[in-house]
Every structure is written in structure tokens, then in C-alpha cells.
Design a protein. Structure first.
Length: 55
């Protein structure tokens, strides 16, 4: 498979907390092989996704 492009949809669940002027980034790492029938998951770390800068 020579797939080089993938579209990822990200849903914002708490729309009241989300400000449309805010931005965030998604860091992709090396792909991991997951067998069929298994699902990946997220771990809540409490860490910020980005550093805040003073304006």
C-alpha cells in the first residue's frame, strides 16, 4: 500500500470551551501496527498540547 495522504477528522466535544480563534496542533509519530479487531486509545496526561505565549 503506497498511501501517503490520510484525512483525520477531529471533533470538538465541548463547544462552549472551544474558541474559534484558538488553534492547536496534532503531532503524528511513527505508525504502529494494530491487528484487526483491536482499537487504539488516548491517554489523558493533563499536559498542554502547546505552549502559551504572552502577547
Amino acid at each position: 500500500n503506497d498511501e501517503i495522504v490520510k484525512i483525520i477528522t477531529i471533533r470538538i466535544f465541548d463547544r462552549e470551551e472551544y474558541e474559534k480563534e484558538c488553534s492547536f496542533s496534532l503531532v503524528l509519530e511513527e505508525p504502529k501496527w494494530i491487528r484487526r479487531g483491536m482499537k487504539g486509545g488516548f491517554t489523558i496526561t493533563g499536559k498542554h498540547l502547546y505552549d502559551e505565549y504572552d502577547d
